[in-house]
Design a protein around this ligand. Structure first.
Ligand code: ADE
Length: 418
């Protein structure tokens, strides 16, 4: 078995942590039981390019139990948990290609190693497998029956491929499932981003000026949690509707150039490029903490910061202090990579449970339906999404009501008014 991990000696710790996460992944555990019995993925090779975390380990193990041959590579150079990668190889016999802190060349060589297995299904978080197949491995298209995509940024890239009629095989956009983005993006990102910032800096959020760039589901989650910690939260948005929601949710809304001047902590989660630029760094207060929790490390213009800085030093793990000509300092966290996975452990298992149940069931759906699917980006079928919500509620011990016959009838009719 080929693999590339930091140190197999870390496997023991990784295994314990994987087991710990599994305790909180009840829906995925049910899927695993079903997979073990029915083997819906038998004979299929799956290449997964995901953040290599304890939660991901439980997902790839589930796919293996479903009969698939699985290989895993990292979807970000800084998000890998080396003990998990080691345990996957040693204990689960699942090949992993991932080392925390790997350079860009190694990152893409790991992606290519995963693709060398000639997968039938690609599973992406950010669309790097699909885009690598597109750019340089088109010969593999003939083996591929479909793919899945985990995140907003990946779905945007794939829809752009679809629009240009360049998408080579069907994709299920797992991010679009309600049981994914309403929970993972909102509550997962909200908590784990605060966790990452606090672990990296140990800063007190109470009373701080905390700026959130982007009021999508991730931004909303972060704003909500920062407010909960006692911060004064300002939202930066370009979409009038989202900005209006932020206003009515009780936040200050301001353009980035104004928000930057007062910020103690500023976080990007927009999915777009160069949100924080040279002119913004120059007007920040001394010691401003700048972090990103969006998928790619493009939201903060780091090359511009490097250029205007007269001095740079690592002051703590995951904290680079840049001193500008004026003498003011900017503290950049985690090289501008997603801080929730760089300095913390990513979203908690209980929320990844639903995201990854969607991933596993989307694979089963592809295996059963690929002949009917076109080269399009599809949503997760509603029956899968609803079932995951139902199972999650059950696992949490929460009971809900059902409609009476009279209520059902009322909803289907138009005759009755006041
Ligand atoms: N994305 C965000 N958090 C994650 C986690 N814990 N595992 C895998 N992918 C993630």
């Amino acid at each position: 078995m080929k693999y590339d991990v930091k140190n197999l000696g870390l496997a023991g710790k990784g295994r314990l942590r994987i087991e710990w996460a599994n305790e909180y992944m009840n829906v995925l555990t049910l899927v695993r039981k079903h997979f073990k019995k029915e083997k819906p993925l038998k004979g299929l090779k799956i290449a997964a390019c995901l953040h290599v975390t304890t939660e991901t380990a439980n997902l790839v193990y589930t796919l293996k139990e479903g009969g698939a041959d699985v290989v895993l590579c990292a979807s970000n150079p800084l998000s890998t948990q080396d003990d998990v990668a080691a345990s996957l190889v040693k204990d689960f016999k699942i090949p992993a290609f991932a080392i925390k802190g790997e350079d860009n060349k190694t990152y893409y060589s790991h992606i290519n190693s995963a693709l060398d297995t000639k997968p039938n299904i690609t599973m992406d978080d950010g669309a790097d497998l699909v885009s690598t197949v597109q750019k340089s491995r088109a010969d593999l298209v003939r083996y591929i029956i479909g793919g899945t995509e985990e995140t907003t940024t990946g779905v945007i890239r794939l829809k752009s491929l679809e629009k240009q009629k360049m998408l080579r095989y069907p994709i299920i956009a797992v991010n679009e499932a309600l049981t994914k983005h309403l929970f993972d993006n909102r509550y997962g990102t909200g908590q784990s981003t605060i966790d990452g910032i606090v672990r990296a800096t140990n800063v007190l959020l109470s009373g701080s000026n905390f700026v959130v760039c982007g009021y999508g589901w991730c931004g909303r989650g972060l704003a909500m949690r920062a407010r909960g910690m006692g911060a004064n939260v300002t939202i930066v948005e370009i979409d009038p509707l989202k900005a209006l929601e932020a206003v009515m949710d009780g936040y200050t809304v301001a353009p980035i150039k104004d928000a930057c001047k007062k910020a103690d902590v500023i976080v990007t989660l927009t999915g777009d490029i160069n949100v924080i630029r040279k002119e913004h760094f120059e007007t920040m207060k001394d010691g401003t903490i700048v972090a990103n929790s969006g998928h790619f490390n493009v939201e903060i213009d780091i090359p511009a910061l490097e250029k205007i800085a007269v001095k740079k030093r690592t002051v703590r793990d995951f904290v680079e202090e840049y001193t500008l000509k004026s003498g003011k300092r900017v503290n950049l966290l985690g090289e501008g990579r997603l801080i929730n996975l760089a300095s913390a452990e990513g979203h908690p298992a209980s929320v990844m449970d639903m995201s990854f149940a969607n991933q596993a069931l989307a694979c089963e759906y592809i295996a059963k339906n690929y002949k009917k699917l076109e080269r399009k980006v599809y949503e997760v079928p509603e029956f899968i999404d609803k079932n995951i919500a139902k199972l999650k509620l059950e696992s949490l011990g929460v009971k809900i009501d059902t409609l009476t016959e009279e209520q059902k009838k009322y909803l289907e009719s138009w005759e009755m008014g006041t």
